[in-house]
Write a protein that binds this ligand. Structure first.
Ligand code: INI
Length: 159
């Protein structure tokens, strides 16, 4: 008999923090709208969603850590858009936000999900922010809810 534990896609009663960066704001606002839509449609109460805006993707992880450190959130969703330009700057910002949010998530102390686009073009980002490739903000919110409900460690989680 294989024992499987997986989180329910249920936002009822969950307190959720969202960090969204302003750089490439036309994209990031669409990620934000998608994330909020997903949370509301899965039962999270509007009053239990708090959002923090930060300047750019580089600032996302420090703000997410501040939210985690309050101990008030069942999950923190990170949203941003890093789009390749003419210089290597893209690579450094993309690598750093991925590393830093990943390090925060990997502590396992708090649920942290990653909805930061890293694309070559604005069009690719647009496709993934409510365009033909879905909305990665919506997807990040759903992942956050599933992980916030992960039953590992709860009594009888495999029963
Ligand atoms: N920030 C982004 O969120 N996306 C980008 O595409 C981007 N680019 O390409 O430069 C970007 N840079 C700003 C960076 O995140 C910081 O806000 C800035 O360096 C100040 O710390």
């Amino acid at each position: 008999m294989v024992r499987i534990a997986e989180g329910r896609l249920d936002g009822t009663g969950k307190r959720i923090g969202i960090v969204v960066s302003r750089f490439n704001q036309t994209i990031t606002e669409r990620l934000f709208d998608g994330a909020v839509d997903c949370l509301l449609r899965h039962g999270t109460e509007k009053e239990k969603i708090d959002a923090v805006r930060v300047p750019g993707a580089f600032e996302i992880a420090p703000a997410a850590k501040k939210l985690c450190d309050t101990g008030q959130y069942d999950a923190v969703i990170c949203l941003g858009a890093v789009i390749r330009g003419q210089t290597p700057h893209f690579d450094f910002v993309a690598a750093e936000v991925t590393r830093a949010v990943g390090a925060l998530a990997a502590t396992g102390g708090d649920v942290v999900s990653f909805g930061v686009l890293t694309t070559d073009t604005f069009e690719q980002a647009s496709d993934r922010a409510g365009g033909k490739a879905g909305n990665k903000g919506w997807d990040a919110a759903l992942a956050a809810l599933e992980m916030a409900n992960l039953p590992i460690g709860e009594t009888g989680s495999w029963e």
